[in-house]
Design a protein around this ligand. Structure first.
Ligand code: AMP
Ligand code: MG
Length: 488
């Protein structure tokens, strides 16, 4: 306990106190030489955290879980989950800690959570640690997602620990401090359900309603409304992933939040050339979590959530199943409407075109065009903004077969696309895989400058700036197929 921290940082322990069944009090493992690699000063200020304090030795202690503010109760959270379709009854925070909840200036609670903070009782065979590269990667990609307007956990800081960790090669260790509206996952409810304790399940659902989906509290059936709200949030979320070309890579039920925020950036990547089968994870041989499967997997995960919630949906099990099925049945329509609305925005087609058969044809055909030609997804839409202003050559240059583009573009141009809308909708900068790798390799070797430049580009993604041209360009031909790794 640190008295010096008192008053500087107030961490609530709501989760720890309300859910002893899902919490094991724990702290971070000592760090021989903590060094701040990156601090999100804007997020810190938004949360009312003192930036100078966070940079201090005590602040680094907080950010690595080795210094605990008085009154705080850091815990490893228990949860279960389906991993690649197989159920594991006990996963939990094997290398993470919930430090507690911060109350933001607007009164809302945010989890302060650490990843890579050392072994816990949930570690199984793992070392509880994380390597610097993957933690910087999560920082970068989660902040890029936030800048793209996609719900996500936020990155507050990465602190190098001074420890060398063992992976294929020895790597510098680091701890990521992240912030989320909550770390409740589908797997949290699966764990509670497996406990066989309906009271615990009900308390967990009440907690989720109060914190994440307060509208459900006043519904006639609050738990059904909670399920509906999560179905809606996930339909929106996955549609947004698809629209920016994001592949999460490890959509296990323990990595799907109740809040609808993206969580756990492991083997994720943004695709370069459009490819529905895009998949980067080295361990996903069957392509379960490939780009095109994400909506179906989200629906599958929501079915697992429904199973966990069944006792709360109705006293009669058959009736409960019916309620769940009916709500889940709306997922596809919600997803499709969100995706279609988003795609019309990307194409600059204003609301007046909604439902017009010509607009639907243009949307269907653009996907076929991209797929057939494997064109760089992000560059295509960004350059299409110039085409909407009459300058077709930047986007045309992406095609070897320009006739195919011209044929599609004739139909699209006839709909009168709104170029300003397109510039606000289509990012110029995403975390390009080859640049992410370059930045992480440099950071691991001690040079944070490329990371800083990349972070700068992707956290202001719609405003094109001179000097950042290479961040707007596709992968070089010699970059080859991209692979990402779990167990980072
Ligand atoms: P993830 O796929 O990263 O969401 O992690 C799945 C599970 O594996 C969670 O229970 C993690 O806490 C655990 N885990 C991942 N990496 C490690 C590690 N290095 N040491 C201990 N547990 C880990
Ligand atoms: Mg996880």
């Amino acid at each position: 306990m640190s008295a010096a921290l008192q008053g500087t940082v107030v961490l609530n322990g709501h989760f720890a106190h309300e859910f002893p069944e899902l919490s094991i009090a724990w702290t971070g493992e000592p760090t021989p030489e903590p060094t701040l690699l990156v601090l999100n000063t804007r997020l810190a200020s938004e949360l009312g955290l003192d930036v100078d304090f966070l940079r201090s030795a005590e602040g680094l202690g907080l950010l690595t879980g080795t210094t605990v503010p008085e009154g705080a109760t850091p815990v490893a959270q228990g949860y279960a989950g389906h991993q690649f379709g197989s159920y594991s009854p006990r996963l939990g925070d094997g290398r993470a800690l919930l430090m507690g909840e911060l109350r933001g200036p607007d009164g809302t609670l945010h989890d302060l959570h650490l990843k890579g903070s050392g072994r816990t009782p949930f570690s199984r065979g793992g070392d509880g640690r994380a390597a610097m590269g993957p933690m910087l990667r999560e920082y970068l990609v989660s902040e890029a997602m936030n800048a793209l307007g996609i719900p996500t956990t936020r990155a507050l800081a990465v602190v190098a620990t001074g420890t060398t960790i063992r992976r294929d090669t020895p790597l510098p260790g680091a701890v990521l401090a992240r912030v989320a509206s909550s770390h409740l996952r589908v797997g949290s409810f699966q764990y509670a359900r497996a406990h066989g304790d309906v009271d615990l399940l009900r308390r967990l659902a009440d907690h989720a309603i109060a914190r994440l989906h307060p509208g459900a509290a006043t519904a006639e059936h609050p738990y059904r409304a909670l399920f509906d709200a999560v179905v809606a949030a996930q339909a929106q979320l996955v549609a947004q992933w698809m629209l920016v070309g994001f592949v999460h890579g490890v959509m296990n039920t323990d990595n799907m939040t109740i809040s609808g925020e993206t969580i756990d950036y492991g083997p994720c990547a943004f695709m370069d050339g459009f490819d529905p089968a895009a998949l980067y994870s080295s361990i996903d041989a069957e392509g379960r979590y490939a780009y095109r499967n994400q909506p179906v997997i989200a629906e599958w995960n929501l079915a697992r959530f429904a199973e966990a919630l069944l006792p709360l949906l109705d006293d009669d099990e058959d009736q409960a199943v019916e309620v769940a099925m009916s709500s889940l049945g709306s997922f596809r329509d919600q997803y499709s409407s969100a995706w279609s609305a988003g795609m019309r925005g990307k194409l600059g087609l204003v609301a007046a075109d909604v439902g017009a058969p010509e607009a639907n044809t243009v949307v269907d055909d653009v996907i076929a065009l991209l797929q057939q030609h494997g064109v760089d997804y992000t560059s295509f839409f960004r350059r299409l903004g110039a085409a909407a202003r009459g300058n077709n050559s930047p986007v045309r240059s992406l095609f070897a077969d320009t006739a195919a583009y011209d044929a599609w573009a004739a139909g699209w141009t006839a709909l009168g696309p709104d170029a300003d809308l397109m510039d606000r909708t289509n990012p110029a900068y995403i975390p390009r895989n080859h640049l992410v790798e370059e930045a992480l390799a440099a950071a691991t070797a001690g040079d944070m400058e490329p990371f800083g430049e990349l972070l700068d580009a992707v956290t202001d993604p719609y405003r094109e700036r001179p000097g950042l041209e290479r961040h707007a360009a596709g992968a070089p031909e010699d970059f080859g197929p991209y692979r990402t790794y779990c167990g980072t």
